[in-house]
Ligand binder design. Sequence first.
Ligand code: FAD
Ligand code: UDP
Length: 389
Amino acid sequence: MFDYLIVGAGFAGAVAAEQMARCHGKKVLVIDRRNHIGGNAYDCFNRDGILIHRYGPHIFHTNSERVFQYLSQFTSWRSYEHRVLASVDGKLVPIPINRNTVNLLYDMKLRSDEDVEAFFASRAEERCSIKTSEDVVVSKVGRDLYEKLFRNYTRKQWGKDPCELDSSVTARIPVRTNEDDRYFTDRFQMMPKHGYTRMFENMLDHSNIRIQLGCDFRDVETSSFREIIYTGPVDEFFGFRYGELPYRSLRFRHKTFDKEYLQPVAVINYPNDHVYTRITEFKHLTGQLHTKTAVVYEYPTSEGDPYYPVPTPENAALYKRYAELAAATEGVHFVGRLATYRYYNMDQVVAQALTLCKQLVAAPDYALDSATSIATVSNALPIRPAVAL
Ligand code: FAD
Ligand code: UDP
């Protein structure tokens, strides 16, 4: 009945479903073990009618015109430039570090980019190579700013010291000498006007797409599917054959306050205080007007739903072994943040899924009749009796 089984209804799965169904006329079944679509980008209205992001703040930003145009078919947008403050030494200072961060923290009056560059140069520690997340920051701005803004936040967020993490983690945060206090400088930065879930509904609204929620891949009889697109954790797919790949998790504590706003910007980071890392106030992101306000506190944990692949050399080596297995598993295509174990933003996942679909339709066996080829996953995981789909 279906050409493709798509596991996961997040960005990776939804893009794949949309492309294969709408552009290539394939019949697809999308399953997700959660009871909603949208993956971690899912948003919904809370009891007070405030739009919240159940799995933490999601801000869309990209330099890719292709990704932006693609998603624009399914949503209109609200212009939004994200700004974050960090609570340090009793002050709220801009993060990424910029001229004002330095002036506020050190009670200085640096006026030009050159002044700030000279300040950083006087503090920076020389490193012969930049391998870790500590190297990235200390080599640019020195130890004191690193300790005020990065070391403890990173320890909380990842349960590891920055010197154990790949440089790519803290390299996500630029260092600026000007007064630009935007979190991102991408060409396109905005929020879906009516929310992410509405955008996903539009993507998946096609007669060739069927969605089954609350349905785990483990419980699906896979032999009747020609091909599988899998967006869940790759180690789980292979029954943890080589051991578990570490994913960092978060506990989200949502709270509503009976006041119009709680904080001056959408996100305040707490590098050195509290067990949580940051507080997000949703109305800043969504532009919603409401007499109350809703926020979420993020508590990092090693247990719970997998949210972040943990970029360390050991984990990269372990993932490589799974990636080799994945490449050798015919009829199953791995895509997305969990399935390819990459710390990807939404736009990168969209691009990855678009590329996969392009490759699938360009493959020589694409023209095969759906009924003639069966996905070969039966030796990869225990198949339980089929659920009614
Ligand atoms: P997911 O969204 O994780 O979707 C995978 C889906 O597969 C899930 O719904 C899961 O339930 C389902 N699934 C897994 N295994 C199975 C199974 N066995 N059977 C059935 N279903 C299964 N990116 C940005 O660009 N901007 C941001 O501001 C941003 N903020 C973020 C904040 C947080 C707290 C987090 C955790 C991530 C953030 N991201 C952000 C990253 C963004 O969430 C991801 O890039 C994107 O959601 C990944 O999409 P995906 O489809 O690969 O994975
Ligand atoms: N980071 C930090 N202090 C901050 C902000 C970020 O140490 O105030 C580090 C931390 O290791 C974090 C990484 O930079 O995990 C990437 O930050 P980003 O805001 O991109 O994280 P995400 O939104 O993906 O959780």
